[in-house]
Design a protein around this ligand. Structure first.
Ligand code: SAM
Length: 260
């Protein structure tokens, strides 16, 4: 496992900010969904939650959480050594958050966690990377780490295939927006990763990341296995949550809240 020296002089804010901009190019309502996510956290488990930021990437969810709730704590878990390097560098001076590396497809991934239970598990734009069977298994494992009365919030691509004409129009609209923003200099997924690979500090963990997931320039994950919000709600109830429902939706994405 590659661990990079996060004390080296690197502008971690730059990498955090460019990650956010790159994600927003795909998800222009990304901050809106974070706000709705944290509203649900406050409503269901209060303003001092112990949070598991699942597939945390650079820790964007933890960042919004700790800004809004100064007494919250977070554990970020991800498999990607490059994104974890940025997360650890960005949060180096913040004792409220820690990061662990684990593969969510590994049945023992919970062994890496510093706590047995959490008030809330939050995850954004990540679980569609997992095949259906792996996600059902993961939902059962998440139910095990959420305390009674605790919650899971999953914001992700959750398409509705029953509205093909609406979907086509929305996709064309978003494609045109992305092309305009690209012409104005927006960085896409593959370009952001190429910049990380060219950075002296990030080059090594990025090379390892490419070995694990593949090179983003050649397609490193499939978006076509994303499931509708109703599928998630049903899978979460089957996994042991008492209630599950959509709390936010756009034409392409949604956020499902499950209460144990
Ligand atoms: C698009 S990023 C989203 C990151 C972050 N949640 C955000 O919203 O900025 C998807 C994340 O899922 C992580 N991921 C994908 N498959 C994973 C797995 N099997 N185990 C752990 N993390 C995984 C990736 O490494 C990546 O950080």
């Amino acid at each position: 496992m590659t661990e990079t020296d996060t004390t080296a002089h690197v502008d971690w804010r730059h990498w955090q900010a460019t990650w956010d901009r790159q994600q927003e190019w795909y998800l222009p309502d990304r901050e809106e969904r974070f706000t709705v996510m944290l509203d649900a956290v406050e409503a269901l488990v209060g303003p001092e939650p112990k949070v598991l930021d699942l597939a945390c990437g650079t820790g964007s969810v933890s960042d919004r959480l700790l800004r809004r709730f100064p007494k919250a704590t977070a554990t970020g878990v991800d498999l990607d050594p490059a994104l974890l390097t940025i997360a650890r560098g960005y949060f180096a001076a913040d004792s409220r958050v820690e990061f662990v590396r684990a593969d969510l497809r590994d049945p023992r991934w919970r062994d890496a966690l510093p706590h047995r239970e959490y008030d809330a598990v939050l995850t954004s734009t990540a679980l569609h990377w997992l095949p259906e069977d792996d996600l059902r298994t993961l939902y059962g494992q998440i139910a095990d780490v959420v305390r009674d009365g605790g919650i899971l919030l999953n914001a992700d691509h959750m398409p509705d295939e029953s509205t093909p004409r609406i979907n086509e129009a929305v996709n064309a609209f978003q494609q045109a927006r992305r092309e305009r923003e690209k012409a104005a200099g927006a960085q896409d997924w593959a370009e952001w990763w190429a910049a990380a690979a060219a950075d002296p500090v990030l080059a090594e963990p990025t090379a390892e990341r490419f070995r694990i997931f593949g090179n983003p320039a050649e397609g490193d994950h499939a978006d076509d296995q994303a499931k509708p919000a109703a599928w998630h709600a049903e899978a979460l109830r089957a996994a042991g949550f008492a209630e599950a429902r959509t709390v936010w939706a756009s034409p392409t994405d949604a956020m499902v809240l499950a209460l144990k």
